[in-house]
Design a protein around this ligand. Structure first.
Ligand SMILES: [Zn+2]
Ligand SMILES: [Zn+2]
Length: 151
């Protein structure tokens, strides 16, 4: 096939953008080809946006799948007898509700982003675990039980 740009040499490549066959880098970088690319860019805006949309929806599918998976796993945790009896203990309820409040109430921490609040809640939880400044055996037992069930 002849090069679609110089129409002289045999083409060895094809442009991924405008799919014109071309022979060499100098043709590929030439003025004439740049114009072809620009025109093809204008002609195919729908194709581009459709492929972008499908990529986005694929990503959403993955996120939804992993959320579904997590929900199922947390249901397993909640069905666990050890977890159920621990959740009846007042002091554990208190600490867990504190962590929930950190996560859900921006006024408590002055953190407007979920990410920031999650970090604070994480730190709080770490403090409550073995070796933390608020070390709490019950929390440690609870957290390690949850982690065992989720592993
Ligand atoms: Zn050429
Ligand atoms: Zn091209």
């Amino acid at each position: 096939m002849l090069c679609g740009i110089c129409n002289t040499n045999i083409s060895k490549y094809r442009c991924p953008k405008c799919s014109v066959p071309y022979c060499s880098l100098s043709c590929f970088k030439g003025e004439k080809h740049i114009q072809l690319d620009n025109e093809s860019g204008k002609r195919q805006p729908t194709t581009t946006s459709t492929s972008e949309e499908s990529a986005v929806s694929k990503e959403n599918d993955i996120v939804e799948q992993s959320i579904d998976g997590n929900v199922a796993r947390f249901e397993d945790v909640l069905r666990d007898e050890q977890i159920q009896s621990m959740l009846k203990i007042k002091s554990l309820q208190f600490h867990l509700s504190t962590i929930l409040r950190i996560l859900n109430d921006p006024q408590l921490t002055n953190e407007s982003t979920m990410e920031g609040r999650r970090e604070i809640a994480n730190k709080k939880l770490c403090n409550l675990r073995i070796g933390g400044i608020e070390e709490n055996e019950l929390i440690e037992d609870f957290v390690s039980r949850v982690l065992t069930l989720l592993a």
